[in-house]
Design a protein around this ligand. Structure first.
Ligand code: KPL
Length: 335
């Protein structure tokens, strides 16, 4: 359990990085009276100054910098808002710095498959997945702008429906062990959930977070690469041609994961396109900023899973290849 003071359980939250959503969660936890620090590696300062904008109102926030995993204390709850490809190097870094053997980690990124094999080797880590539909973008390194309010779900990490059986078994065996900061079983919410939910509602416990992650995967696989290839805001995907591509992507995903229904996925994608019609998706922003995209964990992941299971995923494979070509051109991927 977390540190107890006068009968209350104190939770120490550590937000990793200064991604747009991480900064908004840090602000929300701070506003709700929680002890939050920020893990940033490229600064020597004791304090990190952030700005967050919501409804055109700019707010300033100073948070203590967590200098290494050891500083955070064994009971800390880590919020990892990173790009999918940053996850594994980050976990290795934290572990090298002395992250607690039974650390509590809340992971939030687009896609599936990131750091999966590595996480499976840490049976005592308490890993939770956070899926959110809040939208935010970074005005600069330390300034996050909230683009739209959404909702969030969190659940204990279960083996990916399509993950290999070895890693599944070791993750399952850890799901029923008690942690210093986490829950006692895979389907029971941890003691800190209410605080997180109070900080930025609505946030719900989802005992089957894996299926929600797959649904978000489908939304990202349909919108991100297609809007990026079209070079426009998400609203460009309302064309007939885009609708046909979206359907093909969703059908392939539903074939890889038969727990999903292709019609429901298509409807969800169309609803997100309507709600974010004026936004430039994160993949397009990455390409424009000459950053690596998350394609390997989106359509690339679906393509790989299709090949492993001998399920037809031609459209996802083609789309992944076209985005990789863009990355090659901009020099963020090498052959
Ligand atoms: O999450 C998104 C992203 O840009 O990564 C979507 C849902 C596609 C909205 O832009």
């Amino acid at each position: 359990m977390g540190q107890r003071e006068w009968g209350f359980t104190m939770t120490q939250w550590v937000v990793v990085g200064t991604g747009a959503l991480g900064m908004q969660w840090a602000q929300a936890l701070h506003d709700s009276g929680e002890a939050v620090s920020l893990y940033v590696r490229d600064s020597e300062a004791a304090v990190v100054r952030l700005q967050t904008t919501q409804n055109s109102q700019v707010r300033e926030l100073s948070l203590p910098r967590c200098q290494s995993a050891k500083d955070a204390g064994a009971d800390a709850v880590w919020l990892l808002f990173v790009k999918a490809w940053q996850l594994e190097p980050l976990l290795r870094q934290l572990q090298g710095e002395g992250l607690a053997d039974d650390a509590t980690l809340i992971v939030s990124h687009n896609g599936l498959g990131a750091g999966e094999a590595y996480l499976a080797q840490q049976p005592n880590w308490q890993v939770y997945d956070l899926v959110t539909t809040h939208g935010a973008w970074r005005q600069n390194r330390y300034h996050s702008v909230l683009a739209g309010l959404g909702q969030s779900w969190i659940g204990r990490r279960q083996p990916t429906a399509c993950a290999g059986t070895e890693s599944s078994a070791s993750t399952e065996s850890s799901a029923s062990t008690e942690s210093s900061a986490g829950s006692v079983s895979g389907s029971e919410p941890p003691h800190w959930l209410d605080k997180l939910a109070a900080a930025w509602p609505p946030l719900q416990w989802d005992a089957d977070i894996e299926q929600r992650r797959w649904r978000k995967l489908a939304v990202n696989c349909a919108i991100n690469p297609l809007a990026t290839l079209a070079g426009g805001v998400n609203g460009v995907l309302r064309s007939e041609e885009a609708r046909a591509q979206i359907r093909a992507i969703c059908e392939e995903i539903a074939n890889v994961n038969p727990m999903l229904d292709a019609d429901e996925l298509v409807a969800e994608v169309q609803q997100v396109i309507r709600a974010t019609a004026g936004n430039r998706c994160s993949m397009l922003q990455d390409i424009e900023a000459q950053r690596a995209t998350e394609i390997d964990y989106l359509n690339g992941y679906v393509c790989e899973q299709g090949q492993q299971r001998q399920v037809f995923t031609r459209v996802n494979c083609e789309v992944a290849e076209r985005i990789r070509q863009l990355e090659l051109k901009s020099g963020v991927r090498s052959l």
